[in-house]
Structures are given as C-alpha cells and as structure tokens.
Design a protein. Structure first.
Length: 298
C-alpha cells in the first residue's frame, strides 16, 4: 500500500467518525479543502462512493460503513502499537483523549489537571466535556470520567473522588410559604426544580431510601433545565426545592441560606470514577494521568 492511500484511509476514518469535514480537519491538523480533495481521489481510485454529502452534513454510504468496520480494528491496533513505544522512553509521552461531564471537569479536573500538565510536558491531553456521556471505545477515547454507578461492568474503574450524597434543599423564604416535606412522597405537593438528562432526555429522578427500599420520585415544578448552575441559581433564589449534591450546598446550609430536608432518606452513592477499557494495555501517559487523579478512600 502506498503512503498516499494510507493517509487517505486515515482521512476517511476521521470524516466518517466526526461526520464533518471541518471537525475531521481540525483533528488531523489539515484544511477541509485538502480533506475533500483526498476523498475525491480515494473514491476515484476505489471506484465506489464512500461518503454521502449534503450542504449540512456528511455520513458514510453503505460501502463507506463497510470500509469503516474493516478499518477500525486495524487502526486501533496500529495506534496501540505506537502508544506502546512510549514504554521505551524514560518519561511518559503521547496523547491522552478523555471524555467527561461538567461536574467532573469543575470539581476534579480544574483542581488537579494543571499540576499534571506542568509535571508532564511530554504528555498531550485532550478533554471533551459532554454531559451526554459518550462511549469511550466507539468514540476513540482512551478513558472517561463518570459517577461510579454509571460505569459499565466490563470497564476498569479508578476512584478519583469521594462517595457522594444528593440532598433536598430550599431557602428559608420558600419554607415560609410551604410546609417542610416529611417524606419523599410529600415532594409531589411542592414546587421543585428539575434537571433534564442529556443521555435519555428524561428528567433526573430524585432517589431515596424508604424502609430499606430504593424509591424514585419525579416531582413536578415550574422550571426544567439541563444546566446545573441554572438549577442552583433557581433554588438559591427561592423558586423551588432542589435535588443537589451535598458538598455543593454545604456552605449554604451551614450559613443558613439553604435548609436541608429529608436527610434521613438520602443515601450515599459512588462518586467520580475514571474508567478505561479492560481489553487494552494502559499506555504510560494514561497511567500517569490516572496516578495524578487517583483518590484513596477516606
């Protein structure tokens, strides 16, 4: 195989994965026009159309999907072999691609990542913050960060944050207008601020433990959003009750700005975990990042 053809196949794989010439060009460090030229040449040499193009999107044809399925394991093997060369270096090097969501980026990565970058100048880190929780293997990421209970069983998970608890809070002013709920079922008669999940499109259930049983409540309310800071702003303004991570509202509760209710019904759950495939050797760059983010149990 000629070098030009291999380069064109790599370009095709990037376009098919990104579904965009612009994003693929940014990923490969080349211009979109050069990518388009390469695809026309590849399709001409193969005598088959690989990509369906419109003014707004690009996607693989049936033939393109078949080629992509063949290319994916071969390219993954090549990439794994190149990553393995880093074992011969004295210091970790290479690129780590990580997918996570806003809460993990704000609470762990913002605090720990800058020191890692300074300590490992030969490691390049790319982080995609996506609250829809992308699958790492399908999307070509080396690792991801999620809450422990959402990590697939076939993944290796490393603890990078403490176990957490989600609690119900409201302002003193809100409770001047509404009686405090005594059981989770009472929430159905309250104004609650709800969070819409980007993964399923449904509302985040409010999870409790009642008499040893797990109970999910989906209360009604005036306001729904998929943005955590907007939920917090509405709750702190007294617009309704919020279902929020205890650590995030601890200062407000201690200062009396928020009042916590139903505490005896709110269970702990596994906190943030960095996870990666159990089927691949961990490259030194990812291993170094795991060591930097790892947190031991209290």
């Amino acid at each position: 195989m000629q070098r030009t053809e291999l380069n064109d196949l790599l370009a095709f794989e990037a376009i098919a994965r990104e579904r965009s010439f612009t994003r693929a060009a940014a990923r490969l460090g080349m211009s979109a026009s050069a990518l388009s030229h390469a695809m026309r040449g590849l399709e001409a040499r193969l005598g088959v159309r690989l990509l369906a193009r419109t003014t707004r999107s690009v996607s693989p044809t049936e033939a393109g999907e078949r080629l992509l399925r063949s290319l994916t394991p071969a390219l993954a093997e090549i990439e794994e072999g190149l990553k393995g060369l880093a074992d011969w270096r004295e210091k970790p090097s290479g690129t780590v691609r990580l997918t996570t969501f806003s809460y993990a980026a704000d609470t762990v990565l913002r605090r720990k990542l800058p020191a890692f970058l300074l300590a490992h100048p030969d490691v390049n880190v790319e982080i995609d913050v996506d609250d829809a929780l992308t699958e790492i293997v399908d999307a070509g990421f080396d690792a991801g960060i999620r809450f422990g209970e959402t990590v697939a069983k076939d993944m290796i998970a490393v603890r990078i944050g403490p176990d957490l608890r989600t609690v119900v809070v409201g302002t003193p002013e809100y409770f001047e207008r509404h009686p405090k709920p005594e059981t989770p079922d009472d929430l159905r008669r309250h104004v609650c601020i709800n969070y819409r999940l980007q993964t399923s499109g449904g509302l985040l259930p409010w999870e409790f433990t009642v008499g040893g049983r797990d109970v999910n409540v989906r209360p009604g309310g005036q306001f729904i959003t998929n943005n955590g800071p907007l939920v917090a702003a509405a709750v702190r303004a007294g617009a309704g009750l919020g279902y929020m991570i205890e650590h995030d509202v601890a200062e407000d509760v201690a200062a009396g700005r928020l009042v916590q209710v139903l505490a005896e019904y709110c269970p702990m759950f596994p906190g943030l975990r960095l996870y990666h495939s159990s089927r691949r050797q961990v490259p030194p760059a990812l291993r170094a990042l795991i060591d930097a983010l790892r947190e031991t149990a209290a």
